[in-house]
Design a protein around this ligand. Structure first.
Ligand code: MTE
Length: 317
């Protein structure tokens, strides 16, 4: 892992000087407030102070303007609540996220149940600005707050038999309408990584964004962020982490194995049956903003390509 900032070839139209950027954000905010950007998108009216200020910015951050917070928190995929991108903003507020317990079990020396508050005290929180790329061909740049999954796993001491790490989201059909009535996905939502992917320094357990706790619709209080993989791997509201000998089933892979592979590494040359993966729409740009060229491993190739050196990437979705 190189010790300096991750560098990207950012096309000039994406580089915005900070005053223009702030001004553009104000314009966007005003547009939201006046309903100009319409389509049901709502402002998050929370004027409380951010929970974490002055966090150190990780050298793993990219150097490019963040997607406005109002867009990140009002354009979400949270299928337990809704299939509409802006409904979860309201519906997810019913979820109680404090206190929160995470169970870690399976092939580890020290399994246990951990309070999130304790984990926050024991792990080093930092800000990590990452690209986020959905398989639906939109993307954003998010200043996450979180800590390394690998650091947490080291504390429970994985056994040499631990080959995969499985994550499970909360199951609460009484407040999550689609867990009760929609069986498209098998609930609870489950995802998994290979152990070396899970231990990779880029792999983050996010507890916040923009210096504050995670909005509920974005996966509060704790979600996975694996920036070189498609968005659906980035499971929200995690309650269980299991270290396993064999690859488990995962929700999307069970639903449509040809469309949602286990690896799901961002790859512009491997089209999804419904969306070409060649380019992406960077959220927050105007109607005339050109689409961004998608990069192999979402731009993180120099850091993660070695994990897949024996795989033919043309066939591994
Ligand atoms: N996690 C849970 N529990 N439920 C979900 O529906 N959606 C996934 C992923 N994690 C999802 C989830 C998908 S498809 C995407 S693209 C990202 O979350 C979206 O994250 P965002 O809503 O914060 O942008």
């Amino acid at each position: 892992m190189a010790n300096n900032k991750i560098k990207y070839s950012i096309p000039s139209y994406e580089i915005t000087d900070i005053s223009t950027f702030k001004n553009r954000r104000n314009i966007i905010k005003a547009a939201f407030a006046s309903g100009l950007l319409g389509s049901g998108i709502r402002l998050h009216a929370d004027d409380n102070k951010p929970k974490w200020s002055g966090l150190s910015k990780s050298h793993l951050s990219i150097d490019t303007p963040n997607t406005p917070k109002e867009i990140i928190e009002n354009y979400t995929n949270y299928y337990e609540f809704s299939f509409n991108k802006n409904d979860s903003t309201v519906l997810s507020q019913r979820l109680t996220v404090d206190p929160w317990t995470i169970e870690i079990s399976g092939e580890v020396e020290k399994p246990g149940k951990f309070n999130l508050e304790d984990l926050l005290r024991q792990n080093t929180l930092e800000e990590r600005i990452y690209r986020f790329r959905c398989v639906e061909a939109w993307s954003m740049v998010v200043p996450w707050v979180g800590f390394s999954l690998g650091d947490l796993l080291k504390k429970v001491q994985p056994l040499s038999t631990a080959q995969f790490v499985k994550f499970t989201s909360i199951y609460q059909p009484e407040i999550m309408p689609n867990q009760k009535s929609n069986s498209m996905l098998q609930w609870p939502y489950e995802e998994a990584l290979r152990i070396d992917e899970a231990m990779h320094p880029l792999t983050l357990l996010a507890v916040g964004m923009y210096g504050d706790t995670l909005p509920k619709q974005n996966g509060a209080p704790l979600r996975l962020i694996v920036p070189w993989k498609y968005g659906f791997k980035n499971i929200k509201a995690i309650v269980k982490i299991e270290l396993l000998k064999r690859a488990p089933n995962t929700s999307w892979n069970l639903f449509a194995p040809d469309e949602y592979g286990f690896y799901a590494n961002v790859n512009p040359d491997l089209p999804h049956p419904r969306w070409s993966q060649n380019t992406e729409r960077l959220l927050g740009g105007g109607f005339f903003t050109p689409r961004r060229k998608t990069e192999l491993f979402n731009g993180y190739a120099e850091h993660v390509a070695y994990l897949y050196k024996d795989m033919d990437l043309r066939h591994f979705f």
